[in-house]
Write a protein that binds this ligand. Structure first.
Ligand SMILES: Nc1nc2c(c(=O)[nH]1)N[C@H]1C(S)=C(S)[C@@H](COP(=O)(O)OP(=O)(O)OC[C@H]3O[C@@H](n4cnc5c(=O)[nH]c(N)nc54)[C@H](O)[C@@H]3O)O[C@H]1N2
Ligand SMILES: Nc1nc2c(c(=O)[nH]1)N[C@H]1C(S)=C(S)[C@@H](COP(=O)(O)OP(=O)(O)OC[C@H]3O[C@@H](n4cnc5c(=O)[nH]c(N)nc54)[C@H](O)[C@@H]3O)O[C@H]1N2
Ligand code: SF4
Ligand SMILES: [Mo]
Length: 672
């Protein structure tokens, strides 16, 4: 058997989009490792992708289109052909479009495959169809908005700059789990003597690299940040030269921070006065401080405001203009590739209604302007969307015609009328657009798809032809579309030399140019400490989050063994992950007679969910942490943590307020 190695890239919703080397015989993939020549990956990938072959050749892969024969949710399907499936879908659509108009069709997708073509091509199809528009904001849109309100389109910083920092604040980022190569940068900085501070709601796996861990009450980081600003001002630690030269509104802003003395803010954020003063002094006296921002702290009613308040700290130190420090964690490479060549907004003939993906439960159950058909790809809302019981109730509707394009029989797929088999990233061409570093990569098919699995692009082309779309766009092959997009992305072509372009075409990770840190792409050309467009929010200030009437604040955190609901097909990872647990503080447990390992019920106005209690002082008193996304079959009563989450949106960005919910807990069963 002749075997050889091919370059590829991880397709998942993870900031690193690692470069991969794949050993293959042309039919199967045999081994997967990190590409040693990829400048960020450096040969190292996570344990999940280390055995990607177990996902690609998993016996549970869906290999043919399937038609439902049992009740919705039962998972009872029989194989059908692509021809019949496409005919059934498109005939159904033609009928409902004729009866009610195309807006009764809703596409539902997110980042299951982050590569540009498989991620964006569905938008072209649904624009051409005239379907409802999906507002894709489940993840970090509030963080992006908060960043933009102060820094506009300023390029995000490459995390490798942290290697030269002398102080790093890891702020609400589960970096040891979610951003592994930035974690490596921090380990490197630490070896050189940098001090590492973790600001979290629990002692997350990122604590392994931290010198100090500071636990805040969820959703109160802006109180901590503004109070640190107060202390820095009192102690004469503001970088006035920088403020005068590079910021807009600094006089008014620095005056406003007098309202946040530590003695007032300590009880709000749950961090004592001494610690606030200590953190302020560390930040104000460091030479090259970095703050790496996670998304967790932005998933609150005050999410964008929190992000903005934290960024102001790095304006006060002047680190925003420093090549060895600043704000890390809000980076985008999408600007270089013209993704509208894939998503084709020009195909939309008229504006259609917009439905927020975080409110799918409401959207499916709203019978005043009902959705008649749902097309799901790159996403698994039965497990990942908020208010799970409402989502499931909607998916159960007999009159909802649901199509799910998937690789595995997910909980969402079980509610489909028709399932279409999806391929994997080693079976098609694509282009990466990472959100954790500045290297782009092109990928090529390495093996043929198993059975009759098809890429998102090929599937949309089939549907387009059956719907009678005549644009020649739908005739392109996956490879040709990738060629076209790369060739016609003017920004990309202008940024790279022909040698770099050539390397990219050969599948290597190639760096986008790094901007001057002082190139503030805002309307004023400065850091906008005051943003005049924001009305009552024009000055960064402390704002409460939603909270709620139950005593414990619930935070959903990522799990190291899985990636959202992805990788739940992998038994060995699930075994290591273990039960669906809720982490709670020993005093909260004692108050309720809860012992470690017993079954507890967590409840609020949305649902009752059973967890195994994990009593640990790693969690702050008053907070409960649920790591990981679980499948219904791994739950105790059919519901997972998402059943306890509201559909409320963040202050800006219309993102999910996943970490802004409250619960009460009680013993369910003392014995397992
Ligand atoms: N292994 C693994 N990797 C992943 C994922 C995964 O599920 N598993 N998910 C991927 C995805 S889609 C994303 S968006 C990224 C997310 O990557 P991150 O940004 O690291 O993760 P978040 O889920 O946003 O949560 C980060 C931390 O925020 C904390 N947090 C929540 N609320 C607050 C708060 O109010 N204040 C503070 N200080 N901290 C708070 C949580 O405790 C959590 O540990 O990771 C990606 N990578
Ligand atoms: N409790 C809890 N809830 C969360 C989170 C959390 O940490 N905890 N994280 C939140 C965040 S940050 C996010 S971004 C969302 C993510 O929510 P989702 O986008 O639903 O994330 P995944 O679970 O990764 O689901 C992706 C699905 O896409 C499928 N897929 C992968 N590649 C392809 C492909 O090429 N084609 C097709 N058709 N399908 C493909 C996978 O098989 C998988 O089932 O969840 C949010 N919800
Ligand atoms: S999941 Fe993240 S860390 Fe793992 S290989 Fe993919 S990009 Fe790299
Ligand atoms: Mo995400």
């Amino acid at each position: 058997m002749k075997t050889y190695w091919k370059r590829s890239a991880c397709p998942y919703d993870c900031p690193d989009e690692c470069g991969l080397l794949i050993k293959t015989d042309g039919k199967q993939i045999l081994e997967v490792k990190g590409d040693p020549e990829h400048p960020v990956t450096k040969g190292f990938i996570c344990r999940k992708m280390n055995h990607y072959e177990k996902t690609v050749h998993h016996p549970g892969r869906i290999l043919t289109p399937l038609k439902r024969v049992g009740a919705k949710g039962s998972g009872d399907f029989v194989p059908t052909t692509w021809e019949r499936a496409v005919k059934e879908i498109t005939e159904h659509w033609k009928q409902i479009i004729q009866d009610y108009g195309a807006e009764v069709i809703l596409p539902y997708s997110y980042g299951g495959n982050e590569h540009a073509i498989q991620n964006k091509s569905g938008e072209a199809f649904f624009y051409a169809l005239g379907a409802s528009n999906l507002e894709r904001t489940i993840c970090a849109k509030a963080k992006g908005e908060g960043y933009a309100q102060i820094l506009g389109n300023t390029q995000g910083r490459n995390p490798s700059i942290m290697e030269q920092s002398d102080l790093i604040f890891i702020w609400g980022c589960n970096i040891a789990v979610t951003y592994l190569h930035a974690y490596q940068n921090i380990v490197c900085a630490k070896k050189k003597g940098a001090k590492i501070i973790l600001i979290e709601t629990y002692e997350s796996p990122a604590a392994t690299v931290a010198d100090e861990v500071v636990l805040v009450k969820p959703g109160t980081d802006s109180a901590l940040a503004l109070s640190m600003a107060y202390v820095m001002k009192q102690q004469g630690l503001l970088n006035n030269k920088y403020l005068e030269q590079y910021t807009h509104g600094w006089e008014e802003f620095t005056e406003s921070i007098d309202a946040y003395p530590p003695h007032k803010m300590a009880s709000i954020c749950g961090v004592d006065e001494t610690t606030i003063k200590h953190l302020a002094k560390l930040l104000g006296t460091a030479k090259h401080p970095s703050i790496i921002l996670g998304s967790g702290l932005s998933r609150h009613a005050n999410g964008a405001m929190t992000v903005r308040c934290i960024i102001t700290l790095q304006a006060l130190t002047g680190a925003l203009g420093d090549a060895k420090g600043g704000i890390i964690g809000e980076l985008s490479t999408g600007y270089a590739l013209d993704r509208t060549l894939i998503s084709r907004p020009d195909f939309q003939k008229k504006k259609t209604r917009t439905i927020n993906m975080n409110q799918l439960g409401d959207a499916l159950n709203n019978m005043e302007s009902p959705i008649h058909s749902l097309y799901v790809y790159n996403v698994n809302p039965a497990n990942t969307a908020p208010n799970q019981s409402k989502v499931l109730q909607g998916l159960l509707r007999d009159d909802l015609f649901t199509i799910v394009h998937e690789r595995f029989m997910t909980d969402t797929a079980k509610y489909a009328d028709i399932i279409l088999p999806a391929d994997t990233s080693v079976e098609h061409s694509d282009i990466t657009t990472p959100y954790g570093h500045l290297f782009l990569q092109r990928t090529y098919p390495i093996i043929p798809p198993p059975g009759e699995a098809k890429s998102n692009w090929d599937t949309f082309c089939l549907l387009a032809k059956a719907m009678g779309f005549e644009d020649s766009f739908w005739q392109l092959s996956n490879d040709k579309l990738a060629d076209y997009v790369v060739e016609h992305s003017k920004t990309l072509r202008s940024l790279w030399t022909s040698k770099e372009y050539e390397q990219f075409q050969q599948g290597y990770g190639v760096l986008l140019p790094i901007d001057d840190p002082h190139h503030y792409q805002t309307p004023s050309g400065k850091v906008e400490l005051i943003n005049e467009t924001l009305g009552t929010d024009r000055i960064p200030h402390y704002k409460e989050n939603y909270g709620g009437r139950y005593p414990l604040r619930l935070v959903t955190a990522p799990h190291v063994q899985t990636l959202n609901s992805t990788f739940t097909e992998r038994k060995e990872l699930l075994k290591r992950r273990g039960d669906m647990t809720l982490m709670i503080h020993p005093e909260d447990a004692l108050d309720r007679n809860i012992t470690d390992g017993c079954l507890i019920k967590a409840y609020n106005d949305h649902a009752v969910v059973i967890f195994r209690a994990h009593v640990t002082s790693k969690v702050k008193k008053g907070t409960a942490i649920a790591e990981g996304v679980f499948q219904q079959k791994q739950s105790y009563n059919g519901y997972t943590v998402n059943a306890l989450l509201s559909q409320k949106l963040t202050d800006y960005g219309a993102a999910a307020s996943l970490n802004d919910n409250t619960i009460e807990i009680a013993v369910y069963k003392q014995e397992a």
